[in-house]
Design a protein around this ligand. Sequence first.
Ligand code: NAD
Ligand code: UD1
Length: 396
Amino acid sequence: MREPLGSHFRRLPRDFCRGLHSCNRAQRRDLKSARDTGKIAIAKGTRDAESAELDVSSRLATILVTGGAGYIGSHTLVELLAAGYDVVCIDNFSNSSPEALRRVERIASRPVRRVDGDIRDKRLLELAFAAAPIEAVIHFAALKAVGESVLRPLDYYDNNVGGTISLLHACRGAGVKRFVFSSSATVYGIPQKLPLTEDMPLSPVNPYGATKLVNEQLLRDLCVAEPAMSVVSLRYFNPIGAHASGLIGEDPRDIPNNLFPCLTQAAIGQRERLSVFGSDWSTRDGTGVRDYIHVVDLALGHVCALRHCAQSTGFTPINLGTGRGTSVLELIKAFEQASGQPVPYQIVERRAGDIAECYADAGLALRLLQWRATRDVKQMCADGWRWQQGNPSGYS
Ligand code: NAD
Ligand code: UD1
């Protein structure tokens, strides 16, 4: 249940209200009522709003971030704020907690403007765009559980594709032309060749992956129809780890399926042991190989993508990975070394739908974005462990 907002939020700072000047009268009335009812708020930070305003001259543009309270979104908010951007975050907290945003503010010592609700709510989106002159959008909000997407395809298409369509309408209404989309390596499906380059065939094997591909196609078509649009679609490989502060990290709501949260849960004793899905793959030690990427490196990739959007037009898909594969057993070993904690595990049957190996060619990101991942697997493990130890029940 949503918490009573009144007790958690303070009045809006003056620079928020400056955004009102660009609104028409109806939007100003709606904004005021949304603010009064707590739909739009500024989360309580460590600094007061007046002192945050002193920095305004050195700030860059305002970025609207959908799904900013989530795992990757919260880390990206931190890096955007550190880079000098202002942010407006819209999230319905279907898979996250408002506490993540308060922690972001603690880390960044900067405020996060918050619009609570669903990106399929047209009216709310209009309010979000009217709250400040939005320069660009970073679109994280989506459902992401592969197994669930097989059981509930309608919900996945509705949320992930319907949400993007609604957001793009709002972008057009507000004249926003720069858009960074959260895609996934899952769009490639079963790799024909490794490493994966952006021009390889796209053939996702589950409804979640299909929603990512449909969104990419939509954005590609839009860029043809509207030549001033600039869209970067970031295809993430396997994000793991957490912010070095230990204050934000991955907080799976249900039983996790991905390797890293299962591994940390086994290490802390929340599950008896980690199941390793197969040791008979055609890889160097028989276990599955993936391109794990530190979530902070991934977040920094978004800041670089925004800069690229400002200098280009059209649709550009870009892999965000390290270009290096790590096997399950290698990750367990790296984790044990980084944490000093043994990871109980057992080899079990292969998981249905798994592939042996997957890693990125990260060359395009370096050429176009001047971005490369710098944090190694040991660092990913150390940071992920710090988060897990300090927050055994996540944000709750
Ligand atoms: P997450 O679930 O932690 O974050 C998604 C956020 O979006 C959550 O805060 C959720 O409450 C919000 N949200 C979902 N639907 C919404 C809606 N209709 N309106 C408003 N808010 C909504 O997921 P994440 O791991 O941070 O992933 C972020 C994005 O990256 C997603 O698009 C995901 O598909 C993509 N991605 C993630 C991974 C990964 O391994 N985590 C890999 C590849 C791609
Ligand atoms: C999964 C998703 C993919 C998504 C990606 C990142 C599937 C089929 N694919 O891919 O769509 O983009 O996560 O969110 O779910 N493993 C174990 N034990 C575990 C969990 C995993 O051994 O308990 C192994 C897997 O077999 C694999 C590796 O660890 O070899 C990584 O698994 P996972 O974290 O689920 O990522 P992906 O398989 O890449």
